[in-house]
Design a protein around this ligand. Structure first.
Ligand code: FES
Length: 126
């Protein structure tokens, strides 16, 4: 793990490695959901996107202006559901690695929160 990959752990109210987010079945294939840890302006917000049998997690902060990607609850994806889209200025990111491929911050990336699926099908941070 590189320094950049574990940057999320340094944020206030970041969840611990091993935190269980729930069963993968809570997401429809191609759906996204936000999780919030803590409260207030420094609450740790992350989004999780399911693609098939895989899940991808990112800190919910756009690298353009460090604003949350969404305006409405759980609204993180492009219309076709294939990409993550910031609703502020419409930057587009790949689901698989969080790289911005179109819009205001091309070449920048979302801060990845690594996820695993345990043998019971629970999505776990770490
Ligand atoms: S804050 Fe996300 S594109 Fe500007």
């Amino acid at each position: 793990m590189t320094g950049a990959e574990k940057g999320w752990t340094l944020r206030p109210q970041a969840p611990s490695i091993g935190t269980v987010l729930g069963p993968i079945g809570q997401w429809a294939d191609g759906a996204a959901r936000e999780f919030v840890f803590g409260a207030g302006l420094n609450a740790f917000r992350m989004l999780v996107v399911r693609k098939g049998s895989r899940v991808f997690g990112y800190v919910n902060l756009c690298p353009h202006y460090s604003l949350p990607l969404n305006v409405r609850a759980d609204e993180f994806l492009s219309r076709d559901g294939a990409r993550i889209m910031c609703r502020r200025h419409l930057a587009i990111f790949t689901v698989e690695d969080g790289m911005c491929i179109d819009g205001a911050c091309i070449g920048a990336a979302l801060d990845c929160v690594p996820l695993q699926i345990d043998p019971e099908g629970q999505v776990v941070i770490g």
